[in-house]
Design a protein around this ligand. Structure first.
Ligand SMILES: CC(C)=CCC/C(C)=C/CC/C(C)=C/CC/C(C)=C/[C@@H]1[C@@H](COP(=O)(O)OP(=O)(O)O)[C@]1(C)CC/C=C(\C)CC/C=C(\C)CCC=C(C)C
Length: 620
């Protein structure tokens, strides 16, 4: 009896498991726990017969003085634990590296004659040839036996997983597939070198090639660890491929249990790719690309949500962005009004309850309206906006906040060079504006959360939650205004149409008018210290209001359904971090990074804030 092998775990495999658990812990969902349990079960069940055979036939062995004693089918318990901990560690690393990715964007509807048939076939042929070679190694016996046994055990699983998930395996970024294979493999190679040198486990000389990758690391061991990590990652990719199909296509899989059974996962993987809805995939791809391009805060936050809720939130963002941009980038007020009108018409058609025929009878109400809405979107909106409009989950969203949002955009149309304060005459007007463009967005987000996580929320509590969310939206809008003072003042590329959202009474207190405020901000030099101080005073006042709204509503986040709580905190806090940075800079305690005239928070800081927030730490 000895503790050598147990110590390998204590020193080398358990510490990374703890570290990875701390990093991923707050992001871990029920589905992740299920995935980890699923993978570990498969890893243990599929490895035991093979490992047991190797030990019984003496291909590898463990000196008695390095193991504690108990065995399972002749396999020391430390070794069984190795299967568990290796799968756990590689899985957690994979989950961390895959968190930013929305997997459904990698689904492809295959067409006759496209490359995918060949991609699949090439992988299968390479795998089959290697398998044939492995069988020859075993048949020949001698020095290549162990290598042959490793390959014969791993390749059939790899072939199967490739055949099921080749689209994902071929397309996912290398950080999602190769990296979670390479890092643990390299790490295990190093551990193995140390362990074999000390004789913790021993490979029989008669059945090994004698070739080493480097001194102390037999080539068989190197290949074994490479293949086991590849198996784990291929298994996880296939799992994610199945989940992506389930989440992306509600038309094929209407209702989803939180934890899909293995049968459902296989059904999803076996759904022929020609049955995929490619418009839906393209619409999701466009929405993700838009989110990534336009908002780093919400892009980061979106990765903490999961499943269909994540997809719907991203589409909602894309809808709001498309609508805002169409109106903002219009050549003149008339064109902008035209977009508002068209957006309203689109909502009218999407939410229309019934369509009547000539005789006044109701004809297939919902479907007829859907058809009319689709036609309207295709005929009236730019191509890159159409799918976002069509995918907006109107069945899960109340129409009122969407109409109210358009009213908010209409308020923006009241700004002009002769009226640089637009509709903002007082702080109440600014509150109303914030409520319309951002309070509404919060209501829509909460509706989606409550749809996907229905619980036993009383009416009173739901009302409180909505009211708090609404206020939080306003807090974010105040932050947005504080950040964009200079950008808004600058107006369009031609310098026309500068806006001043600061209420005129606030400006008056600083002896400014909307006009002098805008022209001061447009000056590029920072010579006028006096003016800069006034700007900081006004910015501080806007931020104070942002924090006042934030303070009254932040506690309500804890009343959201459990799974959405932490992600919602991230969404809010990563945006409010901009407010914090601006406030610190205004107090002379630091500098903010400015990009294209806008204050931004460095990526590392956003991630740090998001991670702290996930653990439930609030900052003031
Ligand atoms: C995680 C995720 C993908 C969330 C999606 C959130 C979403 C749908 C955002 C839409 C944003 C948008 C483009 C709205 C149009 C109007 C507008 C411009 C509003 C301002 C957003 C700023 O975005 P950005 O900086 O990209 O815009 P500009 O470049 O300046 O044009 C707003 C500041 C509003 C954002 C408001 C929210 C997301 C609501 C937040 C509140 C909650 C989620 C509720 C929290 C719950 C409780 C109970 C407190």
């Amino acid at each position: 009896m000895g503790f050598e092998y147990a110590l390998v775990h204590l020193k080398y495999t358990i510490p990374p498991a703890i570290l990875l658990s701390i990093i991923y812990g707050p992001l871990c969902t029920k589905l992740d726990l299920y995935r980890i349990a699923f993978l570990i079960t498969i890893a243990v069940v599929s490895t035991i017969p093979w490992d047991s055979y190797l030990i019984r036939t003496g291909i590898w062995s463990y000196p008695r003085n390095v193991i504690v004693g108990p065995t399972l089918f002749d396999i020391p318990l430390e070794e069984v634990f190795f299967f568990v901990i290796q799968t756990f560690n590689t899985t957690l690393l994979y989950l961390i590296l895959n968190k930013p990715i929305l997997h459904p964007v990698y689904l492809v509807k295959e067409r006759k004659g496209d490359k995918w048939l060949y991609v699949k076939l090439i992988g299968q042929v390479v795998g089959a040839l290697l398998l044939k070679q492995a069988v020859t190694f075993i048949r020949t016996g001698g020095s290549k036996t162990y290598l042959g046994l490793i390959l014969v055990w791993a390749l059939p699983f790899l072939l199967l997983l490739w055949s099921l998930a080749y689209q994902f395996l071929a397309q996912l970024p290398f950080t999602s597939t190769l990296l979670p294979i390479a890092l643990p493999t390299l790490y295990l190679w190093i551990i193995d070198t140390l362990a074999l040198k000390r004789g913790t486990w021993v490979i029989s000389t008669s059945t090994k090639t004698g070739i080493s990758l480097w001194p102390g690391l037999e080539i068989e061991e190197a290949i074994f660890f490479l293949l086991t990590n590849t198996l784990i990652v291929f298994g996880l990719v296939a799992f994610d491929n199945a989940i992506a199909v389930l989440h992306a296509f509600p038309a094929h899989f209407r209702r989803l249990p939180t934890l899909p059974s293995p049968v459902l996962l296989v059904r999803a993987l076996l759904l022929p790719s020609k049955a995929y809805d490619d418009d839906r995939i393209l619409g999701i791809q466009q929405s993700v690309a838009r989110l990534k391009r336009k908002s780093r805060s919400f892009y980061l936050a979106s990765s903490t949500f999961s499943g269909r809720l994540r997809i719907d939130l991203i589409i909602l963002y894309s809808f709001c962005r498309v609508a805002d941009d169409l109106i903002d980038n219009a050549a003149d007020a008339a064109e902008a009004q035209g977009w508002v009108k068209k957006l309203k018409q689109y909502l009218d058609l999407s939410y229309g309850e019934a369509v009547l025929d000539g005789a006044g009878n109701t004809i297939e109400s919902k479907d007829a309206n859907r058809g009319a809405a689709t036609l309207f979107a295709v005929q009236n909106f730019p191509e890159d906006a159409q799918l976002t409009l069509l995918l907006l989950p109107t069945q899960r969203l109340a129409k009122e906040p969407l109409y109210e949002l358009l009213k908010g955009f209409e308020m923006d149309l009241l700004f002009s060079s002769t009226r640089p304060s637009g509709p903002i005459k007082s702080s109440d007007d600014l509150d109303l504006y914030g409520a319309r463009v951002a309070g509404t967005v919060a209501l829509l987000c909460i509706q989606l959360v409550l749809h996907y996580h229905p619980g036993t929320l009383s009416d009173a509590k739901a009302k409180r939650l909505m009211a708090a969310g609404h206020d939080m939206g306003i807090a974010l809008q105040y932050t947005n205004i504080a950040r964009d003072l200079a950008v808004d003042a600058a107006g369009g590329a031609d310098g026309v149409g500068g806006r001043c959202y600061v209420p005129p009474p606030w400006l008056k207190k600083e002896k400014l008018t909307p006009e002098t405020f805008i022209s001061g901000l447009r000056k590029t030099s920072n010579e006028d210290d006096f003016f800069a101080k006034k700007v900081e005073t006004l910015r501080a006042r806007i931020l104070e209001r942002a924090f006042a709204f934030y303070d009254t509503s932040i506690e309500a986040v804890e009343e959201l359904p459990g799974e959405a709580r932490a992600p919602m905190r991230v969404a809010v806090e990563s945006y409010m971090q901009i407010a914090r940075e601006l406030r610190r800079a205004g107090e002379g305690k630091g500098r903010v990074k400015v990009k294209a005239g806008r204050a931004t928070v460095p990526v590392w800081k956003r991630v740090w804030v998001a991670w702290r927030t996930l653990w439930g730490r609030r900052r003031r």
